[in-house]
Design a protein. Structure first.
Lengths: 112, 117
């Protein structure tokens, strides 16, 4: 069974640009969550989707958005990139509850 | 406010020994979930164990157990028979109850565990 995949694995952007990250969950998993990890702020929860609906979200500005498609694949978008958005973005999937999540390898975003 | 505290930035343990990683939490909500994750140097996060606030028994998953002391608001992770592959960062996290349609998620700062052969 394939694990959670995230694309791209590495990304370099410049300030002001926008970026879209993709996450494909484990087959059959309907819940997808996104997390940001930085050296300064640590791990922070971004949002969670279940069956194409945002079920939960963290405390991030509106520049951060996401969506989930009918096949459970999810994308997150960051508009007007700032230097502080440089981070490892992790995606996790689970069957229904978030009590046992499986994580992808992450996308490392660098904003110059 | 919801808060997770991991007071041990780094720890060493001898291979095959048991080790306890500390986690204390603060919340005024009676309903919450506590999680432990492992992050090796490769960066990929691995879910280890979950404990619900109403669970009567301590959670266990193989060599991992969660020492849940509700009155003390602590949720320490115990790893028995440490292996070299256990060397990693370990994060404690909490999910609060749904309020206004949203559930607050908080992570600790992590503990770096190094297993010595």
């Amino acid at each position: 069974k394939a694990g959670v995949t995230q694309t791209p694995r590495y990304l370099i952007k410049t300030r002001g640009q926008q970026v879209t990250l993709s996450c494909s969950p484990i087959s059959g998993h309907r819940s997808v969550s996104w997390y940001q990890q930085t050296p300064g702020q640590g791990l922070q929860f971004l949002f969670e989707y279940f069956s194409e609906t945002q079920r939960n979200k963290g405390n991030f500005p509106g520049r951060f958005s996401g969506r989930q498609f009918s096949n459970s694949r999810s994308e997150m978008n960051v508009s007007t990139l700032e230097l502080g958005d440089s981070a490892l973005y992790l995606c996790a999937s689970s069957l229904t509850s978030v009590n046992e999540q499986f994580f992808g390898p992450g996308t490392r975003l660098t904003v110059l | 406010a919801q808060k997770i505290t991991q007071t041990q930035p780094g720890m060493f343990v001898q291979e095959k020994e048991a080790v306890t990683l500390d986690c204390t939490y603060d919340t005024s909500d009676p309903s919450y979930g506590l999680f432990w994750y492992k992050q090796p140097s490769s960066g990929e996060m691995i879910f280890l164990i979950y404990q619900g606030s109403y669970d009567q028994q301590n959670a266990t998953e193989g060599r991992y157990s969660l020492n849940f002391q509700k009155a003390r608001k602590s949720a320490n992770l115990v790893i028995s028979a440490s292996q070299l592959g256990d060397s990693a960062m370990y994060f404690c996290a909490m999910r609060g109850p749904y309020s206004g349609g949203y559930q607050k998620v908080t992570f600790g700062t992590g503990t770096k565990l190094q297993v010595i052969p």
